[in-house]
Design a protein. Structure first.
Length: 336
């Protein structure tokens, strides 16, 4: 398939996280056909029921190109004009998959071998595919991860610290609030305290940021709330041990409030190559979960600013440029 045709074919398969089987089957067949013609090998790596990673190799892989097959909801199919391809996953990262496959084909046509392609499931939620892959590395020295960086080499990516907060209170008739104990008031107190916690900074990655993403609670407008819940995400820039202690202290200072769940993906500093435009990205990737696959690099077509939105798109110019950039990265890293 032509680069643009393959991008649209991938977009048109609904692969929202947990539903990656169909796109996995498509890629398995597509890569098996390529491998049969070029002397490669393709593996189906089980992750969970009906979910699997796809790994293709040509020779012993010193360099592995990798990105994810899953997308965020809601699914919507592709369209295109002279300049852009649109649809869910256009830049995050169906376009990236297509450019990596095109780069592989062109490298093989040049007589290059010694590289692989790893496509994983679950990046948008818990990195389940990357965690399974990390238990089965293939000896690569370098990993080129694909996410929308506007085709600039990312020097680092922020981490993510997720906290689910809960508060318990006592229900009462709203006409007699003194007989109850509002869980919502407690949680608002907690969130106000969190806003006063000092947030670290890093000279390369910048400032830590905090976002209250969801807030819910109560039973009805005329009942004192006996329960409340909030979800908070921090984009982190380094070691979080002290930050986590300070956040926990702010929560536990309010009786009846607690941290119900906490998850973390660490911030990372990444490799660079002379002559490549560079950037810093504020989002997280599978890279921290793929530590066994070699020194990481991060680059891909499209802008994160339209990923996860109804306007998701990738320019055709970016797709073609990414093919060239991936080929150049593989060549340089192989020749080190």
């Amino acid at each position: 398939m032509h680069l643009f045709e393959l991008t649209r074919a991938l977009i048109d398969i609904d692969s929202t996280t947990g539903r990656e089987q169909q796109v996995g089957d498509f890629l398995l067949v597509h890569l098996q056909d390529l491998a049969a013609r070029t002397g490669g090998a393709v593996e189906r790596i089980p992750v969970a029921e009906d979910r699997f990673n796809v790994f293709a190799t040509w020779g012993e892989p010193a360099v592995v190109l990798s990105t994810h097959m899953d997308t965020v909801p809601p699914f919507f199919s592709s369209s295109e004009d002279d300049d852009f391809i649109r649809g869910r996953g256009a830049c995050d990262t169906k376009g990236g998959i297509a450019t990596m496959i095109q780069a592989v084909q062109e490298l093989l046509a040049e007589g290059r071998r010694g590289f692989g392609l790893l496509l994983v499931v679950g990046e948008e939620t818990d990195s389940a595919g990357a965690q399974v892959a990390n238990r089965h590395p293939r000896g690569s020295r370098y990993l080129i991860n694909g996410e929308p960086t506007e085709n600039r080499l990312a020097l680092g990516s922020k981490g993510m610290l997720y906290m689910a907060l809960e508060a318990a209170g006592k229900a009462a008739h709203s006409a007699y609030p003194e007989l109850g104990d509002s869980a919502i008031d407690k949680l608002l107190d907690v969130l106000a305290r969190l806003k006063t916690v000092p947030l670290p900074s890093d000279p390369i990655l910048g400032e830590t940021t905090l976002n209250v993403g969801t807030l819910s609670g109560g039973r009805a407008h005329n009942v004192v709330a006996d329960q409340a819940r909030a979800e908070v995400t921090l984009r982190t820039v380094g070691d979080t041990a002290e930050l986590r202690r300070n956040l926990a202290a702010a929560v536990h200072a309010v009786p009846g409030a607690r941290i119900a769940e906490i998850r973390e993906t660490p911030a990372v500093h990444l490799g660079s190559l002379p002559g490549f435009e560079t950037t810093i990205v504020k989002y997280t990737t599978d890279i921290p979960r793929l530590s066994a696959w070699g020194q990481p690099f991060l680059l891909g077509p499209g802008s994160i600013h339209v990923a996860h939105t109804p306007e998701e798109r990738v320019s055709k110019h970016d797709l073609k440029a990414a093919v060239h950039l991936y080929k150049e990265m593989v060549r340089r890293l192989q020749d080190r």
